[in-house]
Design a protein around this ligand. Structure first.
Ligand SMILES: [Zn+2]
Length: 419
């Protein structure tokens, strides 16, 4: 096959993927805007459509006990290991068209490209559309990927949605059995790895002028509630030098947190900030704020948490305030597999003579799957970094670059595997 023909095939695949994102976006619980939640009629319809696309590429397709949809491009060796490529098909309310979806459809287009050249693989290529990543309906994220990774907790079936419908009831309406979800767990020994293409959901690739970037790891996050206590007082009668103002103490702490994050090359965010009692003529006696701190380097993140802790204690002491930190969440970073990253990097270099790596600040299905096999992620540029919003936007050209990189990496893995 000539390079020209190959390029045309990739562009056609990218265009079809793009059009299919529009088609999937029509399956929604909202009249205006996209919403597909777990175990709903929309979930069922999306699965049916994706199965039809998989079958039209000659794949054997099935839905597992957790409601994830699968398609297999089979190796001639029935006992071959499995490489999984995919992402999620569910969405948040009023979502864009691409978050998650592109990763599933890219897998199907890769199979179409393999079909076009009758390429035989020494491993099974399994494409997955995870049923629930966003956690919209039952308040638990990564449900689909947790199920295949053996992380499913039986008590989740008692969780209820906003209408009081339990997950067990929703399973039954959907035609599945909640008690059987553990059977969706995969055997780690049969797995080669998991690859996920996802929109970046941030502005870095656009700023770099790049279509794709290789993910080094998914940042681990720690979250805290921080309470600063001073002394409430009258805004008119207490002199500035005699105040124990919780607001200004907390404000100084927030600025210190920003500076420590900048100095150490990670991200820290104060997204909630409230003061009490909250009167215009009252010095605040208490301030409570949140802290979310993330890095792909757990040790670095923990060191910065220690620095933040001692810095805010020093600020409190100087201002005659007290401060306490309560940790509300802790998750370690997940690193992407080095050998897979090399494959992606070589494929990028073949196209553009360079490759670019970045950290994922957001969580993805790959986090859950990493507990059973090596994982890799490729990010694709999205306009202005916008996601979780109807303005989410990608281009066919960038999609073609992503497909080329993945196809090249897949063929390299296949060659390595034979030798
Ligand atoms: Zn996503």
């Amino acid at each position: 096959m000539t390079a020209q023909l190959s390029r045309e095939r990739i562009m056609q695949a990218a265009q079809r993927l793009y059009n299919r994102c529009d088609q999937l976006a029509e399956i929604s619980a909202l009249d205006n805007g996209v919403l597909r939640a777990y175990l709903t009629p929309e979930h069922q319809q999306a699965n049916t459509l994706v199965v039809s696309w998989m079958v039209s590429e000659g794949m054997r397709s099935w839905v597992d006990q957790a409601g994830n949809v699968w398609g297999r491009y089979a190796s001639a060796n029935p006992h071959a290991k499995r490489l999984i490529i995919g992402s999620h098909l569910d969405t948040i309310p009023n979502a864009g068209k691409y978050d998650g979806i592109v990763g599933v459809l890219a897998g199907i287009e890769l199979v179409a490209l393999l079909n076009a050249k009758s390429t035989a693989l020494p491993f099974h290529l399994d494409i997955v559309g995870f049923a629930d990543e966003e956690g919209v309906r039952f308040g638990k994220t990564l449900l689909g990927s947790a199920a295949i990774a053996g992380g499913w907790q039986p008590e989740w079936q008692t969780l209820a949605d906003a209408d009081g419908i339990t997950m067990a009831q929703a399973f039954s309406t959907f035609g599945l059995v909640a008690e059987d979800v553990h059977r969706a767990t995969l055997n780690p020994e049969a797995l080669l790895g998991y690859w996920e293409l996802h929109i970046e959901q941030g502005p870095v690739l656009e700023e770099q002028g790049l279509a794709v970037g290789i993910v080094t790891g998914i940042a681990g996050a720690r979250r805290f509630n921080i309470t600063v206590t001073g002394h409430a007082g009258h805004a008119g009668t207490v002199p500035m030098t005699l105040r124990q103002d919780a607001t200004v103490g907390a404000a100084e702490m927030v600025q210190t947190i920003e500076q420590l994050a900048i100095d150490h090359g990670l991200v820290a965010t104060v997204g909630q900030f409230a003061v009490k009692p909250g009167g215009v003529n009252v010095i605040a006696g208490q301030a409570v704020f949140s802290l979310d701190i993330r890095s792909d380097d757990d040790a670095l993140r923990d060191r910065v948490v220690e620095k933040i802790t001692s810095a805010i204690q020093a600020i409190a002491a100087r201002r005659k305030l007290t401060v306490s930190l309560e940790q509300t969440h802790a998750a370690n970073a997940v690193l992407c597999d080095h050998a897979f990253r090399q494959l992606f990097s070589l494929a990028c270099q073949q196209m553009t003579a360079s490759s670019f790596s970045l950290v994922s600040g957001a969580g993805h299905d790959a986090m859950a799957v990493a507990s059973i096999c090596p994982v890799a992620m490729l990010f694709m540029r999205c306009k202005k970094g916008i996601s979780h919003h109807p303005d989410e936007s990608i281009t066919v050209e960038d999609t073609a670059v992503a497909l080329t990189v993945l196809e090249q990496a897949l063929l390299s893995l296949s060659n390595q595997y034979k030798t």
